[in-house]
Ligand binder design. Structure first.
Ligand SMILES: [Zn+2]
Ligand SMILES: [Zn+2]
Length: 168
């Protein structure tokens, strides 16, 4: 570098390449961190199994990454759904619930705790065939949702009833 330019921000060619490399490494690290968070979000949905909403995924993620943002969670869930790695279903509450099981299956929704469970019904295609053979419309897709009280809520109610009886 000529003496007169020392102290200014004029870059030599080598400096320029160094900066480019630093930018490339930072970008790579940043995108790796972003995709690591996306993977973690996928895992949270898969491990949960109760079809969490974006807010529930966010609450869970924040326990381990306090700086996670809700906007990022929404964005990653949308990307995962676009990639076909997650399914998003709307139930009666009007909110999207995310599911790592992307093949067609039926759901049971607890009206007490609002958790959503998969129902592994043996003859899932039969209902579709029945509708297709009896309707004149062209059926392209279908969903079956069962509503009620889940196993855990039933036993909680029983325990509560028993303990309130014990107090009398
Ligand atoms: Zn329940
Ligand atoms: Zn499901």
């Amino acid at each position: 570098m000529p003496a007169g330019l020392a102290g200014t921000f004029l870059l030599t060619e080598t400096d320029h390449y160094d900066i480019l490399i630093i930018i490339m490494i930072t970008k790579k690290l940043f995108s790796r961190r972003k995709s690591a968070q996306r993977e973690r979000i996928w895992q949270i949905v898969a491990e949960d199994g109760s079809h969490p909403t974006a807010l529930q995924v966010y609450d869970r993620l924040r326990l381990e990454s306090p700086r996670a943002s809700l906007g990022n969670v929404y964005r990653n869930l949308r990307i995962l759904a676009e990639e076909g790695r997650l399914a998003g279903n709307k139930f009666r509450d009007g909110t999207f619930h995310y599911d790592a099981v992307t093949e067609h299956h039926h759901h049971f929704i607890c009206q007490h705790c609002h958790r959503v469970f998969d129902l592994g019904l043996a003859d899932q295609k039969r209902i579709y065939e029945l509708a297709r053979s009896s309707a004149r419309h062209r059926i392209e897709s279908f969903t079956v949702q069962f509503y009620g009280v889940c196993e855990a809520c039933i036993s909680q109610r029983k325990t509560r009833r028993l303990s309130s009886r014990g107090k009398k």
